[in-house]
Design a protein around this ligand. Structure first.
Ligand code: AMP
Ligand code: FES
Ligand code: ZN
Length: 406
């Protein structure tokens, strides 16, 4: 299979586009999908300060990399959840990325800063771990953004995540949640704006992106996520996607087009009842917000100020060029520096990247071409997804697969 854009050998096949891409054109495709999502949904304006919530996994590290590359002022926020054997390496991957790029990382540690961890918080508040985790993360995202003077919080939710959540909400007709599922939640009532710039990119693509960019990331799933019902929804959607590529994207983007107002009224009513938490000031429907209750029940202290610098993002190797929308820009790909450390960036060749299987996990990116990317249209159509992750991410395309320019 040849690259749809430049006709060099492809290293990744995107079945939903019925197309393959060589490494440089694939990176350009990813950037263009982010640009498109940001512009289409008015996620981030030029000059705004972005706080990227980074877990150390492929999606959020790729997101941070993409936003920096696109010239955004993007600091990272890492929350240490106190999950033994998982949180430490996740923090390490995030720190290594920040150090290699010379960018600012805000760190919050639940045990050290608030006196509880996900396990103790969940037990004390009679919740499943993922619920205590989601509540804690959302609260800290908001608080860190407000205290640090950031305009917007960006998370690494990708197409697969959003389609799975949508599927779950529809299966249970959790209409109120549908209203919160848009890729942009505007700032209001003390909440910062929240955006999901990866909604046009699939999980598998983010794994491939990290491999090609030499980004080392946490490949393990959270040990507490076993049994999480969203994983089941993802599997179900993957099975459908396998049989008819493109279904997942059609499902999610169809929702944005036709159904995004579902539940809006309920969401509006919920917001009308909000008032500041009497302890921390966060918007809540009760006297005390759910975060303060959980932390207190777990024997911790919810009143910690988050150590966020309000200054400008530290200068780093951030390309500040304007972001072009629409068709792929010609000229050199701002490949940017690849993190130092265990990941070898390899010699930068201007030639095509050879296809072939790339092993899963944090992998040496090898000689990824940073040379000029030939021009050519990248599909701007709806973006669906594929299943399994990095193992399949860069597999040699199936022989005889068709190519069509969309
Ligand atoms: P999850 O809820 O684990 O699927 O993660 C969704 C998004 O939340 C990720 O893509 C990150 O942007 C963010 N996130 C998850 N875990 C953390 C963390 N420990 N620290 C900061 N951000 C996180
Ligand atoms: Fe939150 Fe696992 S990452 S419970
Ligand atoms: Zn509170």
């Amino acid at each position: 299979m040849k690259c749809r854009s430049c006709r060099e050998p492809a290293v990744i096949e995107l079945r939903r586009h019925n197309a393959g891409f060589c490494a440089p054109c694939f990176l350009t495709y990813c950037r263009n999908q982010v640009v498109r999502a940001v512009e289409e949904h008015k996620m981030i304006a030029r000059g705004e300060r972005v706080l990227v919530a980074v877990s150390g996994g492929k999606d959020s590290l790729a997101l941070w990399d993409l936003l920096l590359d696109l010239g955004y002022q993007a600091d990272g926020l890492y929350i240490g959840l106190g999950i033994g054997g998982y949180s430490e390496p996740s923090g390490e991957y995030t720190r290594s990325f920040a150090e290699a790029r010379g960018v600012t990382l805000v760190e919050v540690d639940l045990p050290g800063d608030f006196g509880y961890d996900i396990r103790s918080g969940a037990a004390a508040d009679h919740r499943v771990p993922c619920s205590a985790c989601g509540l804690s993360k959302r609260h800290i995202f908001d608080r860190a953004a407000v205290e640090g003077g950031y305009d917007v919080v960006a998370t690494g939710h990708n197409l697969d995540d959003e389609a799975a959540v949508l599927f779950g909400n529809l299966l249970h007709w959790d209409v109120a949640y549908l209203a919160r599922q848009r890729p942009v939640l505007p700032e209001r009532d003390g909440f910062p704006r929240k955006v999901k710039p990866l909604v046009r990119l699939a999980e598998r693509e983010m794994a491939a992106y990290c491999v090609l960019r030499g980004i080392d990331y946490q490949v393990e799933e959270c040990p507490m996520s076993a049994g999480n019902r969203h994983l089941g929804y993802k599997d179900a959607l993957n099975a459908v996607e396998e049989r008819s590529p493109g279904t997942k994207a059609a499902f999610y983007h169809g929702f944005l087009e036709h159904g995004a107002n579902l539940g809006a009224e309920i969401g509006e009513r919920e917001r009308e009842g909000l008032r500041p938490c009497s302890n921390c000031g966060a918007p809540t429907v009760g006297e005390i917000c759910a975060f303060c209750k959980l932390v207190r029940r777990a024997g911790g202290n919810p009143n910690r100020r988050i150590p966020v610098s309000a200054g400008p993002v530290s200068a780093g190797p951030v390309s500040a060029g304007p972001v072009s929308a629409g068709p792929v820009s010609t000229g050199p790909v701002p490949a940017g520096p690849v993190p130092a450390g265990p990941v070898s960036a390899g010699p930068v060749s201007a030639g095509p990247v050879s296809a072939g299987p790339v092993s899963a996990g944090p992998v040496s990116a090898g000689p990824v071409s940073a040379g000029p990317v030939p021009a050519g249209p990248v599909s701007a159509g709806p973006v669906p997804a594929d299943a399994a992750l990095a193992d399949a991410a860069l597999a040699t395309p199936a022989p005889g697969a068709k190519e069509t320019a969309k």
